[in-house]
Design a protein around this ligand. Structure first.
Ligand code: 6R9
Length: 658
């Protein structure tokens, strides 16, 4: 890229924290000052929130950068921290998980229940020959056993690799093979969109090509018929009959906790490796600080899937290490009706809700009458993660879910960072809609230009992290070179540019006039139009700020005159008329609206009105596929697509185009 990303959007609204929340917040502005004074001492204090069986000798060993070691010499058990210590403190009867199955069946799982099941699963895995350092693949629906399986691995020091329940046999095979997993934990299936959706046949297909797999543990969830082989064991016959007595052994702070493959919109998936002490320290601290979690009174709900890093850090490790009560939901937001999420908030009196922009934009499309039909007065804080949240979606979320008064924490982070890195603090920050605002205490983020120079306020470029952080990835499983090349070779020491190692996040960002950070999407998605870099996020936000648009995706398509031209795909809001002439008129209005909002350079060459957008299973728009459509190419790899029929709808040109 020859110049910094264009800096077009001018959003000036700002919302201070509610006074009561600010007065009682878990974390105040002092945290920034404390961390600035001594970053390592700050993290050392956060590590002290956990139970260690051996104190560390050194907070950070960065002598072999970019390979970090945090809390060197310290020992702890992650499952002990998430379960035993709460039970030992007399909180065994506290609800850990209010589980809601898609068909409406429910389970109430207390900390004592979760502890017992995890001990049983730890014994069963040990019985099957799993020892510390072995890898276990987990391919489960959103049922409590998913958390149990992860915690049981952590308890015995096995490294888990959770694979999204929606991934194909090929994707599962590659991931099992890459990590040489010894055991797979799965289920007959789960419920999705009102129907049982089988998982076991996919595992059977994968395991046939994975000689490393010795055993398959199968949870019975749907009760559907499954094929059976000598490697298979029913969970209820193996785990639920095992001894509930199990003493957690401590593991080294740098013991591998899990591998998680990034969805990878391009190329071969990367097995991101996270370890024990630093990861738990930062996931635990951020849950406490950013969600202001009060374990005695809050009911927390993160709507992510366990197969995504958000499910790892903010369903399992962060909330459970804090002793939270949370909701876990198996299904989709529109089964059996479009009010399902709000019904759940109402039913369990959810106080802290953490979801994704894609969900919020979908709710916008369905209309505000739906949340208005439920009592959402229990909510006190809202969170967002996964993509840049467009200012209008932010405002809608605050207005129609947050009664026009709740704080929103827009949390930027990645599978690689393990935990939240940039976010408002809910009792401190005056939030701006669409901005993740400020690096957390103890985190050093910056925006740099092509040369790696920090840009001044008002400038745009690449998001980088200048100092190592506790929950950082340690490497790419089995590929240290790729780890260095992907994240550490663009700027700083790895690019032979200075002594300091600089982490390249792959996201475009800008600093506004106050120095607050705005994420602009993946660098690969930036468009180069007549020599100007334009961010897809900003054009999308301009489109979403039009009252007739619920969601938009923008790509740069090759253009003979401008190099790239902006092509937009827009989903109209619920009642919008897009037939014939009305559709043509809307398209013309939208092009002018973007030109007026951002300037003529950002006016899309073409806008297509579509019913849906292609998304990954974690809800991110797959712009790569839309580029294929915009450039009339046949579609590339669609394996990570949530719903492959979406592309047929788009390609068939529903709603027409210009
Ligand atoms: C947690 C997660 C990481 C990528 C990241 C960025 C995008 C996530 C965001 C955000 C803007 C936010 N992203 N949160 N962009 N604002 N609040 O999503 O991990 O699946 O690895 O994706 O998601 O582009 O680089 P992961």
């Amino acid at each position: 890229m020859s110049e910094a990303l264009a800096n077009l959007l001018n959003e000036t609204r700002q919302f201070p924290p509610p006074a009561e929340l600010a007065a009682n917040a878990n974390v105040t502005a002092d945290a920034y000052a404390e961390a600035a004074e001594d970053r390592l001492a700050f993290w050392e204090r956060q590590a002290g929130r956990l139970h260690w069986t051996r104190q560390w000798d050194q907070v950070l060993d960065w002598s072999n950068a970019p390979f970090a070691k945090w809390f060197v010499g310290g020992q702890l058990n992650v499952a002990y921290n998430c379960l035993d210590r709460h039970v030992e403190a007399g909180r065994g009867d506290k609800v850990a998980i209010h589980w809601e199955g898609e068909p409406g069946d429910t389970r109430t799982v207390t900390y004592a229940d979760l502890h017992k099941l995890t001990c049983q699963a730890a014994n069963a895995l040990t019985e099957l020959g799993v020892t510390a350092g072995d890898r276990v693949a987990i391919y489960l629906p959103m049922i409590p056993e998913a958390a149990v399986a992860m915690l049981a691995c952590a308890r015995i020091g096995a490294t888990h690799s959770v694979v999204f329940g929606g991934f194909s046999a090929d994707a599962l095979t590659n991931r099992i093979q890459d990590a040489s997993a010894k055991v797979v934990i799965t289920a007959d299936g789960g419920f999705r969109r009102g129907k049982p959706s089988a998982l076991k046949p996919t595992v059977d297909e994968a395991v046939a090509n994975c000689p490393s797999v010795e055993h398959v543990l199968v949870v019975r969830r749907t009760g559907e018929e499954v094929a059976w082989s000598a490697k298979d064991h029913w969970w209820h016959e193996t785990v639920e009959t095992a001894s509930p007595e199990h003493t957690a052994q401590p593991f080294d702070a740098e013991h591998p906790l899990y591998i998680l493959y990034t969805s990878g919109t391009t190329a071969r998936p990367k097995g991101i490796l996270h370890t024990t002490g630093g990861y738990l320290t930062q996931t635990s601290y951020t849950t406490h600080a950013i969600f202001d979690l009060k374990p005695e009174t809050d009911v927390y709900w993160c709507t992510a899937d366990i197969g995504w890093v958000t499910g790892h850090s903010y369903i399992v490790y962060g909330p459970l290490s804090n002793g939270a009560t949370q909701v876990m939901y198996e299904g989709t937001p529109d089964t059996p009706h479009k009010g399902r999420f709000w019904e759940i908030v109402d039913k369990y009196k959810v106080t802290l809700l953490y979801t994704a922009p894609t969900l919020i934009r979908t709710m916008m499309k369905w209309g505000e009458d739906i949340p208005a039909g439920y009592d959402l007065s229990s909510l006190r804080l809202l969170g967002s993660v996964g993509e840049p949240i467009n200012p209008e979606a932010w405002i809608w979320y605050r207005q129609h879910v947050g009664r026009g008064e709740l704080p929103i924490v827009d949390t930027w982070w990645q599978t690689e960072t393990g935990a939240i890195m940039i976010s408002p603090l809910p009792g401190v920050t005056e939030a701006k809609p669409g901005s993740a605002m400020t690096a957390l205490p103890g985190i050093v983020a910056d925006v740099v230009d092509d040369q790696g120079q920090s840009v001044p306020n008002g400038g745009g470029g690449y998001l980088v992290l200048r100092e190592p952080w506790p929950s950082m990835l340690r490497t790419i499983w089995g590929d240290d070179n790729r780890f260095i090349e992907t994240y550490w070779s663009r700027f700083g020491a790895g690019a032979n540019n200075g002594d300091d190692w600089v982490y390249f996040a792959g996201d475009g960002a800008k600093k506004d006039d106050d120095g607050h950070i705005w994420l602009l999407g993946r660098v690969d998605d930036v468009m180069l139009v007549s020599g100007h870099n334009i961010s897809t996020t900003e054009v999308e936000s301009a489109l979403v700020s039009h009252p007739s648009v619920a969601e938009a995706a923008v790509v740069g398509a090759t253009d003979p005159t401008t190099g790239q031209a902006i092509v937009a795909f827009a989903i109209p809001r619920g009642s919008t008329d897009i037939s014939g002439e009305a559709g043509e008129q809307l398209i013309a209005d939208l092009r002018n609206h973007v030109a007026k909002t951002l300037g003529p350079i950002a006016k899309p060459r073409q806008i297509m009105l579509v019913p849906e957008l292609p998304k990954t299973r974690s809800g991110k728009i797959m712009r790569r596929l839309l580029r294929d459509v915009a450039e009339n190419r046949s579609l590339g790899d669609v394996t990570t697509l949530q719903d492959s029929s979406v592309m047929d709808l788009i390609s068939s040109g529903m709603g027409g185009g210009k």
